[in-house]
Design a protein around this ligand. Structure first.
Ligand SMILES: C[S@@+](CC[C@H](N)C(=O)[O-])C[C@H]1O[C@@H](n2cnc3c(N)ncnc32)[C@H](O)[C@@H]1O
Length: 300
């Protein structure tokens, strides 16, 4: 069976049964949430996003999937699995049968749910479990378990449950190396595959529905590696007027990385603006605002 950069159309359990054991370096996956989801917000009830997601009422599929994930993962690897807050207890129980839960990451979105408008507050987050088979250390600096990324909207949205590619990139960057094989059994629009390619990893993905497989093909065929300018230590030292504490290897912009490395504090506007000139980007006075700009998105 071909594993490298392949999209399989069909049931993920069947495909996983054909895969060798311990062949996957990282799983980033977003299964049906078991909430029989279909949006009621669209006026046009014939819009494709108003149909229910396949298997969104099939807990047995999730139980089998989690077991199979454990089988195909190499020892000492990680998996990120998204789930809805409504079913978090079910997902947690199933994951704990095979994995060590390391984090319940809160993905904070730029919108919130409707639901009972007078009885319940609008939910503004989704959950993502980070689990380990054995123990997998993360790459780079330690970050928090609250992640903020805008959800995909407008013409960029090609699947009703589409995750932002920047969010998935963060998972992949933190828990894999270049050339690793990243698996997603619930491909949807192929965000995991796309993010993997952009970061120089390989992907293997399965999706039940033909229409989404076509979208995955389109997205991976247009994937471009993310260009990263690498500064060497001397350059950075010059720019930052000797205020660097400790750098033992080249650092890539944007400067959140440098900030995460503890080199400068986030309000050093002068330094930020000098550095931003180098990447042909102008700094607008607020680090937080700057980080949201497209040039920087996805690098954190
Ligand atoms: C939550 S969506 C994934 C969205 C994806 N993360 C994205 O960014 O586009 C789950 C996907 O799993 C697919 N699916 C449902 N049951 C499946 C199965 N047994 N095997 C493979 N895919 C399945 C659905 O068609 C749906 O596209």
């Amino acid at each position: 069976m071909d594993l490298i950069n392949k999209i399989y159309q069909g049931d993920c359990i069947q495909v996983m049964n054909d895969m060798p054991e311990k062949c996957i370096d990282l799983i980033v996956t977003d299964p049906p949430y078991l909430i029989s989801y279909k949006t009621n917000h669209r006026k046009d009830k014939s819009h494709e996003f108003t149909s229910e997601i396949a298997n969104d009422n099939n807990p047995e599929l999730i139980t089998n999937y989690i077991k199979m994930c454990h089988t195909i993962m190499k020892d000492n690897t990680a998996m990120y699995m998204f789930c809805s807050a409504d079913k978090v207890d079910f997902f947690k129980q199933e994951l704990e049968k095979y994995f060590k839960i390391k984090n319940m990451i809160i993905w904070v979105k730029n919108n919130w749910s409707a639901g009972d408008l007078e009885g319940a507050f609008g939910r503004q987050y989704e959950i993502c479990f980070l689990v380990n088979k054995g123990r997998k250390k993360f790459n780079g600096k330690r970050i928090t378990d609250v992640w903020q990324f805008d959800r995909v909207v407008g013409n960029n949205q090609v699947h009703q449950n589409q995750k932002p590619v920047e969010l998935i990139r963060q998972c992949i960057e933190k828990h894999s190396q270049s050339g690793d094989l990243v698996f997603d059994g619930f491909g949807g629009s192929g965000t995991t595959a796309l993010a993997a390619l952009e970061l120089g990893r390989n992907y293997l993905t399965v999706e039940f529905e033909e229409k989404y497989c076509k979208i995955i093909h389109k997205r991976v065929n247009s994937a471009k590696p993310i260009e990263k300018v690498v500064f060497n230590t001397n350059e950075i030292e010059n720019i930052w007027e000797g205020r660097i504490k400790e750098i033992d290897k080249p650092i890539e912009p944007p400067f959140s990385r440098i900030l995460l490395n503890g080199v400068v504090s986030s309000n050093e506007n002068k330094i930020m603006s000098q550095i931003c000139q180098i990447c042909n980007s102008t700094y607008e006075g607020s680090y937080e605002e700057h980080e949201k700009r497209p040039f920087h998105q996805g690098y954190i």
